[in-house]
Design a protein around this ligand. Structure first.
Ligand SMILES: [Zn+2]
Length: 80
């Protein structure tokens, strides 16, 4: 099932660890690579396991997403 981009972003910010691990690429439903950083600002970089397929980033986050505590700052989700 496709996940709309707005919903994907919403889940990235507020999702539980389990929800993050179940996220899929909104274009091809493959796995996603999700990287959290706070070098200059809190930000998430997200791309499909196929780099040419899909990528997005969210920066200027107000707070670190809760799932980072559980999963760490680099998450690779699995495709089905
Ligand atoms: Zn993809």
């Amino acid at each position: 099932m496709r996940v709309e981009l707005k919903s994907l972003r919403e889940q990235l910010l507020r999702g539980t660890a389990a929800e993050i691990q179940s996220l899929k690429c909104p274009v091809c439903s493959s796995g996603l690579v999700i990287r959290y950083s706070e070098i200059s600002q809190k930000a998430l970089n997200v791309h499909c396991s196929d780099l040419s397929c899909f990528a997005t980033h969210l920066d200027g986050l107000r707070e670190r997403p809760d799932w980072v505590e559980v999963l760490g700052d680099l998450v690779e989700t699995r495709k089905d």
